[in-house]
Design a protein around this ligand. Structure first.
Ligand SMILES: CCCCCCCCCCCCCCCC(=O)SCCNC(=O)CCNC(=O)[C@H](O)C(C)(C)COP(=O)(O)OP(=O)(O)OC[C@H]1O[C@@H](n2cnc3c(N)ncnc32)[C@H](O)[C@@H]1OP(=O)(O)O
Length: 128
């Protein structure tokens, strides 16, 4: 019952993903329950949005992974109650095991308030 994408998780984000060329995308409108400071989305949840979008890029390629490392750069606050686009892509892959991924959030006016980089490691799906 994934917090990011399961339809059955009552407190989950219920994200739906699409692949468009080399990018994985989702959209999300944060509500007041997702706030940190008043009016702005909580930074941990922003990281979760991007982690999940990068994981889904790999999932679309049938690659089972775990997030091994992630860095997030918060340049602007992310307001609640507006449509956010999240997109992810793969920058590099090593030995078919280590995937260097990147993600960003795009506001309706085209500004990019947050970017992330992460390393994902392929795991044995039997162990999930
Ligand atoms: C039916 C429909 C269902 C639909 C369903 C869809 C689900 C679509 C997905 C959604 C779901 C996603 C959800 C979000 C993604 C999480 O939230 S994942 C949760 C957060 N992450 C974790 O909990 C990970 C915890 N860590 C681990 O499990 C393990 O440490 C890892 C990451 C799997 C690695 O384990 P390991 O293979 O035993 O690691 P290890 O032997 O230490 O390292 C292997 C190699 O990688 C290297 N390495 C390890 N870490 C690093 C690093 N950070 N940097 C560089 N190299 C590294 C090592 O140096 C080593 O290199 P070599 O020695 O081979 O040269």
């Amino acid at each position: 019952m994934c917090f990011g994408c399961s339809e059955r998780n009552p407190i989950g984000l219920k994200l739906k993903f699409t692949m468009d060329g080399d990018k994985c995308r989702t959209e999300f409108v944060a509500g007041e329950e997702h706030q940190g400071w008043n009016g702005y989305m909580h930074g941990g949840l922003i990281a979760a949005l991007m982690d999940e979008t990068m994981a889904w890029w790999l999932w679309f390629k049938d690659i089972s992974i775990m997030t091994a490392e992630m860095t997030t750069r918060y340049s602007l606050g992310v307001p609640v109650n507006i449509k956010l686009t999240v997109e992810s892509w793969c920058e590099e892959e090593k030995r078919d095991r280590l995937f260097f991924m990147a993600a960003r959030i795009i506001l309706p006016d085209g500004k990019v308030p947050v970017t992330a980089k992460a390393k994902f490691l392929r795991i044995d799906p039997e162990k999930l």
